[in-house]
Design a binder for this molecule. Structure first.
Ligand code: ATP
Length: 192
């Protein structure tokens, strides 16, 4: 999967709409301290479905919305759009958050659930917690991880994390069907 473009509006320090094309090859982000380099990586992770406000360096998820400065008022929403190409096909993923109203996701203009976005990225062996996004302290975390955690990282890197989610869903459906069958047997027995 290749990320081809990132568009931000009202996300953290990116109050004005910003449009970044990401060319093939290695991309570096340079700039003075506090100019928003980490905010850009957080925008990527956020659009991929990050749910932890703490890992976005905030107290609540609304903290990703531009909070205002001495000269500019705060915004009511933040939106990040990511254009990706996977298996020769382009898709646009959009996440939007409105102050006090939570997040909404779209894939190619269709409203989708957070889970659909998570599955899309899990199948592409990436996502908000992907080992491909190496943040400060991550190497140390991998070294000191418990075996089960390290296995989860390897499974994510191998692109099979999505299968676990689908297996959990299938098991839940199976359990619900078993309950229905038992109930049906009881009803049939009552009629005899
Ligand atoms: P460094 O090189 O020091 O690690 P950086 O380039 O990674 O810095 P970031 O940490 O991405 O910079 O950006 C920090 C800036 O983003 C700070 O000036 C902070 O005030 C601003 N910022 C973060 N959240 C918001 C927000 N919700 N509204 C407005 N500005 C914000």
């Amino acid at each position: 999967m290749q990320i081809k473009r990132l568009r931000l509006s009202g996300f953290k320090s990116f109050v004005d709409a910003a449009d970044l094309r990401i060319e093939p090859g290695l991309t570096g982000i340079v700039g003075p301290n506090g100019c928003g380099k980490s905010n850009l990586l957080e925008a990527l992770r956020w659009t991929m479905g990050e749910t932890s406000a703490k890992s976005m360096r905030g107290a609540g998820m609304d903290d990703v919305i531009f909070a205002g400065t001495g000269t500019r008022p705060a915004r009511d929403f933040a939106e990040v759009s990511m254009l990706i190409e996977a298996a020769g096909q382009e898709s646009e993923i959009v996440r939007r958050i409105e102050r006090g109203a939570g997040s909404a996701y779209r894939i190619d203009g269709r409203d989708v659930r957070a889970k659909d976005v998570a599955l899309l990225f899990a199948d592409s062996a990436t996502g908000a917690h992907s080992p491909a996004l190496v943040s400060q302290g991550r190497i140390g975390a991998i070294i000191s991880a418990k075996p089960a955690e390290r296995r989860a990282m390897l499974e994510e890197a191998a692109g099979i994390a999505g299968l676990h989610v689908r297996r959990r869903d299938a098991e839940q459906k199976l359990r619900a069907t078993e309950v229905n069958l038992t109930r049906l047997d009881e009803l049939i027995a009552d009629q005899d």
